[in-house]
Design a protein around this ligand. Structure first.
Ligand SMILES: [Zn+2]
Ligand SMILES: [Zn+2]
Length: 459
């Protein structure tokens, strides 16, 4: 009988309404534990015809006052989130072990199950969370909130808080989850790596030790990098700035060789921004800004605000690639042989043993890759342009050269002459089973025509 249980709980000592109601948290959805406790206290007083006496959380032996601090904790969280843009939140609480022990003792003394109802941790998370949501007009998200506030109850004295109405700041730790911008990049010049590449001599410091102490590194000229710039260095600062974040990480859908350009459709990427204070910059404006600053070496296209799942998608989604290659032959090639060789390669499955150039530490392995389509123009008996569409992981330079016989068949093998790629461009990266750009991976609306018109008139 619930009144008996309530009477037993009240007999343990001074218990506040929340602590009295909490063992019955599964009953009557729509009530707070404090409302349950208040109703039970009233019921017991009426049944026993005793004078009604409420108990202040400050006097409660179970929570030691914490159940009176929901408002103050919520306000402290809201203050800590000042200046941070977010749409979803979650509150987590660390409950002192002594209070958890009190919760167990309360139920034990009243002959209830040790886990009857809910824990104070859950009540705190919900009650504080509800208040944070109402104060900031945001939604709770238990899966992937924009911000997470962790309250350490040991970080403040509940009795002091009940007096002053405020909580010491260090009791609340606010974490801001990363935000993500998706797009495609084009690399219009060669010798630009995708991600920043620290100098191998100085490890990125730009400094070497000379006779007179520290001096600029000879190898990189003091820049600390192997190359002047990278796609990452072109894109990252603008996105991090626009989102007012602390730092950024570039995730590409694979990468082309440093000396290959990335043209036409571009390659998908995600820029992850850590601790963003802004989560919804205007992607069209950001795109214009990056392209203006890159001044032709790198371009980005189709920027959109993405979910965190987009990182895994660009890294894991199988993609086929389109290429354009300039090829040189060691011996003269005639048109009919060239066309016949391309016809042989069209649609064929190639066996490729791991190329020497790829990774000396990687175990050698023969992979099968399909050439979906191939065509080309013989410009002279010694030179051709080859365009092809291949399965992800196809080594194109080796498909042309044969890599000393490690790739079979190959253009060189079919023509019975040495053939070498002298310049390579990637012209498209497309998802094998479906496009990268599925709406479920985006947080914003599809870009409208007018965004792009603005882009054009702004140039
Ligand atoms: Zn209490
Ligand atoms: Zn260096």
């Amino acid at each position: 009988m619930i009144t008996e249980d309530a009477r037993a709980l009240l007999a343990t000592g001074a218990v506040c309404d929340s602590c009295l109601g909490r063992p019955f948290a599964e009953r009557s959805f729509g009530l707070t534990n404090a409302e349950r406790g208040r109703a039970l206290r009233t019921t017991v007083a009426l049944a026993d015809d005793e004078d009604f006496e409420s108990t202040d959380p400050a006097d409660c032996w179970v929570c030691e006052g914490y159940c009176g601090t929901f408002d103050a904790v919520a306000e402290t969280i809201v203050d800590a989130l000042e200046g941070v843009e977010f749409a979803t939140y979650q509150v987590g609480t660390r409950v002192p072990p002594l209070v958890e022990e009190n919760e167990r003792l309360l139920r034990e003394d009243a002959d209830l199950e040790p886990d009857a109802g809910e824990s104070m941790k859950r009540e705190m998370n919900r009650e504080v969370g509800r208040r944070v949501g109402a104060l900031t007009e945001t939604e709770v998200d238990f899966d992937r909130p924009d911000v997470l506030a962790v309250v350490d109850l040991e970080g403040f004295d509940p009795l002091e808080t009940l007096e002053s109405g405020s909580v010491t700041g260090h009791a609340v730790d606010v974490q801001i989850n990363p935000a993500f911008v998706y797009g495609r990049y084009r690399k219009l010049e060669r010798d630009i790596p995708q991600t920043e590449w620290p100098c191998r001599e100085c490890g990125g410091s730009g400094i070497q030790l000379g006779d007179d102490g520290e001096e600029p590194c000879d190898y990189c000229g003091g820049s600390g990098y192997m190359y002047d710039t990278s796609v990452e260095q072109v894109v990252r600062p603008h996105v991090v700035d626009a989102m007012d974040g602390d730092e950024g990480t570039f995730h590409g859908a694979g990468r082309e060789d440093v000396d290959a350009r990335m043209l036409e459709g571009g390659r998908p990427f995600v820029l992850e921004v850590k601790r963003p204070r802004v989560r919804d910059p205007d992607p069209a404006a950001l795109e214009r800004e990056i392209n203006a600053a890159a001044d032709g070496s790198v371009e980005v296209d189709g920027l959109r605000l993405a979910t965190y799942e987009m990182v895994e998608r660009v890294k894991e989604h199988d993609a086929s690639k389109h290429y354009r290659a300039d090829v040189e032959f060691a011996e003269p090639v005639d048109e009919a042989d060239f066309e016949a060789a391309l016809a042989d390669l069209e649609g064929t499955t190639v066996d490729q043993y791991t190329p020497e150039r790829v990774d000396h530490r990687r175990a050698g392995l023969t992979r099968e890759r399909t050439v979906y389509g191939i065509d080309g123009d013989l410009r002279s008996s010694a030179e051709a342009e080859v365009r092809l569409h291949g399965e992800g992981g196809l080594y194109v330079k080796e498909l042309i050269s044969s890599d000393g016989g490690r790739t079979e068949p190959s253009l060189a093998g079919l023509l019975e002459t040495d053939a070498e790629v002298t310049a390579l461009d990637v012209t498209g990266v497309e998802g094998e089973s479906e496009p990268f750009e599925r709406e479920e991976y985006f947080l914003d609306e599809p870009r409208s025509e007018s965004d792009d018109e603005v882009a054009e008139t702004a140039d």
